[in-house]
Design a protein around this ligand. Structure first.
Ligand SMILES: O=C(O)[C@H](CS(=O)(=O)O)OP(=O)(O)O
Length: 234
């Protein structure tokens, strides 16, 4: 099994994803939020790239969620904080989500055979699902504002470690994958600290969202693996 890590959405070439499984990673916060929404019983999450597209879907009875500049978009039902997506609000609901980086990366991945949403919270389950799909795997780190984001790289390293655990002799990776695996291994016990010190972590702290970082840094606490089916993650 070949594993390729891509450092940010800017580096992704959509036409190279055919016949592969792409795991989109946006630890802070889009893919963590998607996992939280499904964990809370949402019926599905439709990722869209622009606020305009999201608003156009409001009339079809979906909840609107997302952020710009880390803040909830005016008139939307929810922002991009995983802790907002409680069962009371989202159970049985379809949610349209637009975020700065994560939903862009999900759209970039759409030509893949399979698209999964990965984060620290569901890393082990995500690796297991990807291995079962029997394709080469791309770990697409969404990054932040077209640049590499440390938290996504750490998560890519964690998922590669999990994949190695599943089939130790069958995993080959690109150099960035090897670097991220090493990075994750050396981060032992310091994940929270590293996330809080990252560019996105600092941005979220400034916005008073430190609880989100605490939520997102928990490793393999969820068995939910969002998979794109049509235009909906479920
Ligand atoms: O809401 C977030 O956490 C980020 C916003 S930013 O990159 O910090 O501006 O969006 P996401 O698409 O979840 O990375």
């Amino acid at each position: 099994m070949q594993i390729e890590v891509i450092s940010s959405v800017n580096e992704a070439q959509a036409d190279r994803f055919a016949h592969r499984t792409v795991i989109v990673i946006d630890v802070l916060r889009a893919t963590s939020t998607i996992v939280a929404a499904l964990e809370a019983g949402a019926a599905g999450i439709m990722p869209v790239e622009t606020v305009l597209e999201a608003r156009a879907l409001q009339c079809s009875g979906h909840l609107l969620a997302g952020e710009r500049f880390c803040r909830k978009i005016p008139g939307f039902d929810l922002g991009n904080s995983p802790e907002e997506f409680t069962a009371d609000l989202v159970r049985g609901q379809r949610i349209v989500l637009t975020t700065t980086n994560g939903t862009r990366a999900l759209h970039k991945a759409m030509r893949a055979d399979y698209v999964l949403a990965g984060c620290l919270n569901n890393a082990a389950a995500c690796a297991q699902s990807a291995a079962e799909l029997r394709r080469d795997i791309v770990l697409l780190c969404a990054g932040s504002h077209n640049e590499f984001a440390l938290e996504d790289g750490l998560c890519a390293g964690l998922i590669i470690g999990e994949l190695q655990g599943i089939s130790p002799s069958a995993v080959e990776m690109n150099d960035l994958g090897a670097a991220m695996l090493g990075l994750f291994k050396s981060s032992d016990g310091k994940l929270r600290e590293l996330l809080l010190g990252s560019t996105t972590g600092r941005r979220l702290m400034k916005n008073g969202s430190v609880r989100d970082v605490d939520h997102c840094c928990r490793v393999s606490v969820s068995s939910i693996v969002p998979r794109l089916q049509g235009d909906m993650l479920a």
